[in-house]
Design a protein around this ligand. Structure first.
Ligand SMILES: [Zn+2]
Length: 289
């Protein structure tokens, strides 16, 4: 049987087709969104690059110094390329089985506790709505910063500066040892050749506890991130760090991390040093590899 369509009926069928197509497209998009969300909460492994800075200041960059302009270029690049700056707390929650992480998370870290973390970094974190972990050395704060505070090029953070950073909500303070940031008599906080596990853990426990105590005393917060000086890791020290409430350790192993819903994956996080000798594009190509 042949149907003879009137123009009005043809138009109605056309509208009906458009409505059916729109509903199907909407279902597809909603389904895709639900699947993506389900993926993130069900614990898909998450790729996490971690950037390691040290000092920020001046206009002469080096392997461990970036200029303020370079730092701002980096933050802008991350934003423009879809990265979301996350906190160490968010990462710990994810690994502990809670919450989700955004697409393309990135963790920004700065070691050694330079005053520039307050004078240069914090305003930029606020400008770009980002976060960072600043890991400080107790002795640098008590001796160096107290003697020579507030020069952006070389000073270290005082306890008051550290409190200001912690209270900003933009910076988490990490433990970078109290007095184990040297190359002698041991490399950082690593075990020396011939040192027994017992002697080593006693020394390491004393230093770690001193720094945890000092940071708690001056900020009211207990650090849960530990950055190994020079990236020197000794396995015998891990139980000490766990006892002291450390949930995440940062190394200098140049690799992008894969996070899972296993808190154990946070011990030994790799970081890629941001050498000031590279352009932003050259450096960022490393975190995208
Ligand atoms: Zn360091």
């Amino acid at each position: 049987m042949y149907h003879c369509y009137s123009p009005g009926r043809f138009l109605r069928l056309l509208v009906l087709d458009a409505v059916i197509f729109s509903v199907c497209a909407l279902c597809f998009l909603v389904g895709k969104t639900v699947m993506t969300f389900a993926g993130s909460i069900s614990g898909q492994p998450v790729r996490l690059p971690v950037i390691m800075y040290h000092s920020v200041g001046g206009n002469v960059p080096s392997e461990y110094v970036v200029t303020p302009v370079q730092l701002e270029d980096d933050l802008r690049w991350l934003k423009d390329h879809g990265y979301t700056s996350v906190t160490a707390r968010q990462i710990c929650s994810y690994a502990g089985g809670h919450g989700s992480l955004p697409d393309k998370p990135v963790l920004i870290t700065l070691d050694d506790g330079f005053y520039s973390s307050l004078s240069v970094l914090l305003p930029l974190l606020e400008k770009y709505d980002m976060y960072a972990v600043v890991s400080v050395v107790g002795k640098y704060t008590e001796v160096n910063a107290a003697a020579d505070p507030h020069n952006t090029l070389y000073s270290y953070l005082t306890w008051e500066d550290i409190l200001e950073l912690a209270e900003s909500g933009r910076v988490e303070i990490g433990n970078h040892t109290y007095d184990m940031h040297s190359l002698s008599p041991r490399r950082g906080c690593s075990q020396t050749a011939g040192e027994s596990d017992e002697d080593y853990t006693a020394s390491f426990r004393e230093d770690t506890a001193a720094m945890q105590y000092a940071l708690h005393e001056h900020t009211g917060m207990m650090p849960f991130v530990f950055a190994y000086p020079f990236g020197s890791v000794s396995p015998a020290g891990l139980p000490v760090l766990r006892e002291e409430g450390i949930l995440m350790t940062l190394t200098c192993r140049e690799q992008v991390n894969t996070l899972t819903r296993d808190p154990g994956c946070l011990y030994g996080i790799g970081r890629i040093n941001r050498s000031g000798l590279l352009s932003t594009e050259e450096y960022m190509s490393k975190i995208e590899e």
